[in-house]
Design a protein around this ligand. Structure first.
Ligand code: ADP
Length: 398
């Protein structure tokens, strides 16, 4: 029987899981239960042998709460031959308290709960996942890995806002950054690919998924990142605005009478690509661009221009850049977005190889001209594997 680590990402209405064999890191099974507590919850579960899908299960399930969702996950996992040795949880907000993954005990649970003031949607769901996992597998070691932790190394000049100092001390107002698990994972992957120690590299990593963020990494440490106090800051995203004039919501409140809840919803769920085109999926935007749609073309330009500005800004932050890394759904798959983001940056040593960009696939692909000073890489992210590695490192869980 193989030893395995289960990685959970428990959201407000979904439960995602991956089961890794350890220490081989082979993926044994993965699944998602969506629409928990909503109409028509759905469960998808895949089992693997080697790189092959051995079996696939997909069905609507009864899951009015996360408790039923856990039961479905357990039932599906019981089919996999493994000896579960530990569970790793993705926890969104670790505040200033958590600088790295930690073994969960009651004190850690309380701290995650207290940090819900900073992540009111995510941390309570993450905590629920922790408690249900403890119920399902009593006594099994559990580890929390935080999406903010990698950015704990941001120096004050990068993490402080120019707002009254008391906001920081009384209300924890500062830039935290997110997607840290992904930025750190692809940074390590980039170093391995370049065959150079991470400690010697300066990197700009671009996580372009539904949410999107950029990160400046010096010697393996995050020194700046585009998301801030919340994930709203920075790049244009599927449904989030990213950077805007902070007076804009005040103005919209004044002229429309919209309240804060409505504004919060619009800025997070009705802006970005969706706000500009009605569509939040980059595949559809690119199809519309190809069909000559003007709004889609403009949205793509605005999206790529923002990425380009952050690449330029992080060049200034780092002084020297060894590689720019594209990752997540858009970064891994959308060659036209990568091309537009790199356009005109030859002066910085960023020169795309059009053919390599168009055919990039697999875990790691190089898309820059080999003679250019800055390597351009497309790297498939794997936050769950990164969590499993942190669990293993922390527990020696083999
Ligand atoms: P999340 O941030 O939720 O983890 P992903 O990293 O999976 O999301 O990114 C999802 C987004 O990636 C989709 O909304 C879509 O816009 C984009 N995407 C996925 N595949 C492609 C593709 N082949 N071409 C362009 N965009 C893609």
């Amino acid at each position: 029987m193989s030893a395995a680590i289960l990685v959970l990402n428990c959201g407000s209405s979904s439960l995602k899981y991956r089961l890794f064999e350890t220490p081989s890191e082979a993926l044994l099974a993965e699944g998602i239960i969506e629409r928990i507590g909503e109409p028509a919850p759905h469960h998808r579960h895949l089992r693997y042998r080697g790189a092959e899908v051995m079996s696939r299960m997909e069905r609507d399930v009864v899951a009015p709460t996360h408790r039923e969702a856990f039961a479905h996950m357990r039932a599906a996992l019981d089919g996999a031959v493994h000896d579960l040795v530990a569970i790793g949880h993705r926890v969104v907000h670790g505040g200033e308290r958590f600088h790295q993954a930690v073994r969960i005990d009651t004190k850690v649970e309380r701290d995650i709960e207290a940090l819900a003031v900073l992540a009111p949607l995510h941390n309570p769901a993450n905590l629920l996942g922790i408690r249900l996992a403890a119920e399902s597998w009593p006594g099994l070691p559990q580890v929390a890995a935080f999406d903010t932790a990698f950015h704990h190394s941001l120096p004050p000049l990068a993490h402080r806002y120019a707002v009254p100092e008391a906001w920081y001390h009384l209300y924890q107002v500062r830039r935290y950054g997110f997607h840290g698990l992904s930025h750190e994972y692809v940074a390590q992957r980039a170093a391995a690919h370049l065959d150079r120690p991470l400690a010697a590299l300066n990197l700009i990593t671009l996580h372009l998924g539904n949410g999107a963020s950029a990160c400046a990494i010096r010697g393996g440490r995050s020194v700046d990142t585009s998301m801030g106090f919340t994930p709203l800051e920075g790049l244009v995203m599927g449904t989030r605005s990213g950077d805007l004039d902070p007076a804009l919501p005040l103005h919209m409140e004044r002229v429309t009478g919209m309240g804060w809840h409505a504004l919060d919803h619009v800025l997070n769920h009705e802006c970005g690509l969706k706000g500009m085109t009605g569509l939040n999926d980059m595949r559809e935007i690119l199809a519309r661009v190809a069909a000559g749609d003007e709004a889609a073309r403009l949205a793509l330009e605005v999206y790529a221009y923002r990425v380009r500005k952050y690449i330029g800004a992080y060049f200034a932050v780092l002084g020297r850049v060894d590689a720019v890394v594209f990752t997540a759904g858009v970064g891994e798959n959308a060659a036209p977005v990568r091309a537009a983001a790199c356009a005109g940056l030859q002066g910085l040593g960023i020169v795309l190889d059009e053919a390599a960009n168009a055919r990039a696939t697999g875990e790691v692909a190089a898309i820059g001209r080999p003679d250019a000073p800055v390597a351009l890489l497309v790297i498939r992210t794997n936050e769950e594997l990164h969590i499993a590695r942190q669990v293993r490192a922390l527990l020696g869980a083999d």
